[in-house]
Design a protein around this ligand. Structure first.
Ligand code: C5P
Length: 236
């Protein structure tokens, strides 16, 4: 297993992103690129960042009919990204199609992970808006199991759910977890958070960290602090 810290590059455009990456002279952090930056800067931003030697988690959360997802995934796979994702709510058939689309002619493919239920969806909305009458935990674990059945590599989940996902889907099934904050740091709009060290102890395979690094006075120092806790297991 390759435990790593992924920096969420939630920047509005290319210039801002590359300026941020220029701060890192010694390390080549794993980066998450989301919809905002991808739609604003286009696929060239991926090519540019890959050229600089970073691994990329392209967080576009695909959700459509299986054939469309398969074809879209084939396009993303050509960008040589390392992780991509889709919504488990699109059904097992859609996840299988996505996986198929990702396979390159040489047999390699990016890792494919699923979003179960968004952490912005409350238990109340799950019942009232989505008409899912099962509890959130049961729904999340069921979607994770579906992702595993479809042959996916893991799920995006809260670090609080990581241990349970491993219990249900096995140790090899990856948990990629946002909602990470330093002890005593600003929580922002995240509700349920964990420190990098606690996320490690709870079994997260990758942590996705945005503002605690991108908005820090010294982002390189903040990144190193995350790596020390999460990858090296150093308790503060
Ligand atoms: O700045 P912060 O550390 O809160 O950033 C977390 C990143 O992870 C953001 O890009 C956010 O969109 C993403 N994310 C999340 N919760 C989820 C799924 C994705 O915070 N359930």
């Amino acid at each position: 297993m390759s435990r790593d810290v992924i920096i969420a590059c939630d920047f509005a455009g290319k210039e801002e992103t590359l300026k941020f990456l220029d701060l890192f002279q010694e390390e080549k952090p794993f980066l998450k690129i989301g919809m905002e930056l991808f739609y604003a800067a286009g696929p060239e931003i991926i090519t540019e960042i890959k050229r600089r030697g970073h691994k990329i988690f392209l967080d576009l959360k695909l959700h459509d009919i299986p054939n469309t997802v398969k074809k879209a995934m084939a396009v993303l796979s050509k960008l040589n990204v390392d992780i991509v994702n889709l919504h488990a709510g699109g059904t097992i058939a859609m996840m299988e199609a996505g996986l198929e689309g990702l396979r390159r002619p040489d047999g390699t493919r990016p890792l494919l992970i699923a979003v179960t239920q968004l952490t912005s969806t409350s238990e109340e909305k799950l019942h009232e808006d989505l008409l899912i009458d099962r509890p959130m935990d049961e729904t999340v674990m069921h979607y994770a199991k579906n992702a595993k059945i479809a042959g996916l590599d893991g799920v995006v989940c809260s670090p609080l759910e990581a241990a349970r996902v491993h219990e249900v889907c096995g140790d090899e099934f990856l948990t990629v977890t946002p909602g990470v904050r330093f002890a005593g740091g600003a929580v922002g709009d995240q509700v349920r958070v964990m420190t990098p060290y606690a996320a490690r102890m709870n079994g997260s395979d990758y942590i996705v960290v945005g503002r605690p690094i991108t908005a820090a006075a010294d982002p390189v120092e903040a990144y190193r602090r995350c790596v020390a806790q999460f990858v090296k297991g150093e308790q503060e």
